[in-house]
Write a new protein. Structure first.
Length: 150
């Protein structure tokens, strides 16, 4: 929906205000356009249509999509919400059947979902953010190690 504020601060994925913003990678490098998603099926479609590219980004997007699903379904029905979340996870899995990181992220989120109790929305958002932050840290470390070699 909007262009990145500056070229040095571009993020493929952003979690803000309980929504997922995805940089439409099909439009790069000519445009820096973000789409905003509120549901897991929307994110699945973004993965399927290649708006999200790259194994880590696909996995992270899937983790956030599960958080969106919990947020949506727990609010609507706090008794049968988990079945709806699992259905959304199947939709996500079908979006890119060969994406290893997608299935890894779904497995991590499924494990977290199995043990969540009091506050599932916050717990699942926290887990998705944690997955994202771990990826950022790993990439920063690789960059530092590469810079040391150069």
């Amino acid at each position: 929906m909007s262009s990145p504020p500056n070229k040095l601060n571009v993020h493929a994925l952003r979690w803000q205000d309980r929504q997922l913003s995805v940089l439409d990678q099909r439009l790069l490098p000519e445009q820096g356009h973000y789409d905003i998603f509120n549901t897991a099926p929307e994110v699945a479609e973004a993965i399927k249509t290649m708006r999200v590219r790259g194994a880590p980004a696909i996995g992270i997007a899937a983790a956030y999509a599960v958080a969106l699903s919990v947020q949506q379904h727990f609010k609507l029905d706090n008794t049968a919400w988990q079945q709806r979340v699992y259905a959304d996870m199947e939709i996500l899995a079908a979006s890119r059947p060969t994406a290893v990181n997608l299935f890894w992220a779904l497995a991590v989120m499924r494990e977290a979902l199995a043990v969540v109790s009091d506050s599932p929305v916050n717990a699942m958002i926290h887990k998705a953010v944690e997955i994202h932050q771990q990826d950022i840290a790993a990439n920063q470390k690789m960059g530092e190690m590469g810079a040391d070699i150069l």
